[in-house]
Ligand binder design. Structure first.
Ligand code: ADE
Ligand code: ZN
Length: 337
């Protein structure tokens, strides 16, 4: 391992763009299928992995939604999150804000309370047993009607204490942020933080970023590297101090390009850009792999890598004392090197 890769491995890390359902590894998928007595359409793990042949967002989402059919009981959601959090701990991830997609489960008849109950139990155990912190961000599926998102928002209110913010994901084509303006206004009034996917190189991505700023008033943007196509929007993101949660290896799967040069440019502009894994079980890369790939492609040094983690802490939705603790931890690590 190179010195810089070892530096990345040991660096205390933050993950702000992680779909917990996208961390479902084939081995766990087979185990859950067996527990729930369902038959998978693949003979074994190798055949399942070989089926991952997506080359854009739409084809990825087909595999992603198919995968989560094995998630049925609260224990299934617990096992999913616990497996991810253990793995994150092994990579020295210190804090995670993880997305979950309740509608991908409630639409299959799984009760909301089972989903959030199982995930929350894993988060509590990870804090106690591993010392890793995590919070939940509830995403609405943008290819479903706004009314379903609103009903899901209402369903979440009894669990408000366990959910730090709301997001918007799934297929971006013809599903602009404005479709959900009322839902996000209500979410804001309920005290949720707000983020939204503006996926890389989609139709109208730049217009979607503009709507995030002008109509929705987001607290941060997921992906968002296309902001560079508009000098005005780039300046505005900088002026508001908004974060961008980029995912280099996910970008390579869905666009053929890590977007390393763009991510480096965002960093040089002083925007609060961060590096994340998105759907690590499907893209075959957790957060360390994403940082290593970006470092190699963009020739980043230790100071820039530390800056990426500082950015993540600053734009996270942690209370300020917890942010200060994490910054101290990272500074101590950087000083020791
Ligand atoms: N859901 C899970 N991963 C996603 C991504 N990268 N973009 C949009 N929706 C998603
Ligand atoms: Zn994502």
């Amino acid at each position: 391992m190179s010195d810089i890769a070892a530096f990345i491995r040991g660096l205390p890390k933050i993950e702000l763009h992680l779909h917990i359902e996208g961390s479902l590894e084939p081995e766990l998928r087979f185990a859950l299928a067996q527990r729930n007595r369902t038959q998978l359409a693949y003979a074994d793990v190798a055949e399942l992995r070989a089926s991952y042949r997506f080359n854009d967002l739409t084809s990825f989402l087909v595999s992603y939604y198919e995968g989560m059919e094995v998630l049925v009981t609260a224990d299934d959601f617990y096992d999913l999150a616990w497996a991810y959090l253990r793995r994150a701990n092994d990579e020295n991830v210190r804090y995670v804000e993880m997305f979950f997609d309740p509608q991908a489960h409630t639409s299959r008849g799984v009760a909301f309370g089972r989903i959030v109950g199982g995930l929350r139990r894993a988060i509590v155990d990870a804090r106690q047993q591993l010392g890793v912190r995590a919070e939940l961000i509830m995403c609405f599926l943008r290819d479903y009607p706004a009314e379903y998102a609103m009903a899901t928002l209402v369903q979440s209110l009894p669990y408000r204490e366990w959910i730090v913010g709301v997001g918007l994901d799934s297929d971006e084509r013809d599903n602009p942020p404005t479709k959900f303006a009322e839902v996000f206004a209500r979410a804001r009034s309920e005290g949720y933080q707000i983020t939204m996917h503006c996926d890389v190189d989609q139709n109208n991505t730049v217009e979607h970023i503009r709507q995030c700023l002008d109509v929705i008033g987001v607290d941060r943007i997921d992906h968002g590297v296309n902001v560079l196509e508009s000098e005005e929007l780039t300046m505005e993101v900088g002026r508001r101090g908004l974060g961008l949660t980029t995912c280099p290896i996910s970008n390579r799967w869905v666009t053929g390009d890590l977007k390393a040069a763009e991510i480096k440019r965002l960093l040089e502009f002083g925007l609060r850009v961060t590096v994340n894994s998105d759907d690590p079980a499907y893209f075959g890369a957790y957060v360390t792999d994403n940082l290593v790939a970006l470092q190699e492609a963009a020739d980043l040094g230790p100071a820039e890598l530390v800056q990426l983690e500082r950015n993540a802490i600053e734009i996270s939705w942690l209370p300020s004392r917890a942010k200060d603790e994490l910054i101290t931890e990272i500074e101590r690590y950087a000083d020791m090197r």
